[in-house]
Design a protein around this ligand. Sequence first.
Ligand SMILES: [Zn+2]
Length: 413
Amino acid sequence: MMTIDIKRLQKEIDDLSLISEATPPVVTRVLYSEADMKGRGFVKNLFREAGLTVREDAVGNTFARWEGKDKTAAPIATGSHIDAIPNAGKYDGVVGVLGALEAVRALKASGFQPLRSIDIIIFTAEEPTRFGIGCLGSRLLAGTMSGEKVANLKDREGRTLDSLRQQAHFPTSNPLDVRLPKNAYAAFIELHIEQGPILEERNVDIGIVEKIAAPSSLKMKLTGVGGHAGAVLMPDRHDAGLAGAEIALAVERAAKTSGSPDTVGTTGVFRIEPGAVNSVPCLANLEIDLRDTNVKTRDAALIQIETAAKEICQRRGVALEVERVNVDAPAICDQKLVELVEAVCQQQKVSCMRMISRAYHDSLFMAQLAPTTMVFIPCHKGYSHRPDEFSSQTQIEKGVVVLGLALEKLSAP
Ligand SMILES: [Zn+2]
């Protein structure tokens, strides 16, 4: 029997939400910012108070371990992220970290002693805000990034990953050394809010993730010719902004006509320079997100977008640079783990359904290291990445109980 102290967990979620770069209830915690570092400190303290041993790697992935009796057996892991995009809410990621802690505390209080150690992981920078790449921490744990790519990571101010992580006093070893061996964990389960409306609409308590959609993203830099908005006549223009606008429409077209209902394409960043009303845009920076559950249609759409961008820029006399920031495979979750979570739900008499995660999570990369699944809980209207993101205490409690009992089964003697 597991007893969750939901009031304590809610208070910790609320307290962490106050550690923000923005005015509450808005949560903003960008990687290595003061708020991020304070937030990490807050959670690490809670880990230590619960008797867990805390380790950090060179990029700030944080591992809080409940030592099992058998130190030679591969441990079990759970966890999520606590960074938050600008103007976010307090549940995304956080439920999977503080909820995991509450699950571990409940297991400890019940007298359970694990055979396999249990790690709660805070993944560094699940959100792509600073470096334009999502799941930085878990990506590095899975070893899917080249040294060159890591060395070239820069934020908008031109600061590198190396300078920022050293400034934050993380261990000085090479970021690539954080890579974990395959089968480092016997299983990984991430608790997360759904960030979509399905569970709430169907009045289902728990979603068990079978597959995570394949994400990809592109950066495009368009260099045209600037000039006076009155003096440069239309036939002489090489407007980088207009080339960007056409590309954004090509992204929409590629996603809509891919043949897969799951292809989604978004041009979420569109910055033009100099950004003055009387000046022809000489530069446009676009960031494009494209995902699909089907890697074939996703890749075809990606090529269609790149081909269209080339044609548009050529026609308009605008120079084009394209960077494929990431082109990831989908994650297929572990069938046995999915069944185990399903059995826990049935035993607890909480309703559950299998589902696809269309948002990506650190689980996408943990799936390369360990049998993986995710436990989704409903959130109000599917709202996420906004301040009114909300899951009720009852919904969170059910998720934490399911996670806790799954961890118990997986780590049992
Ligand atoms: Zn998240």
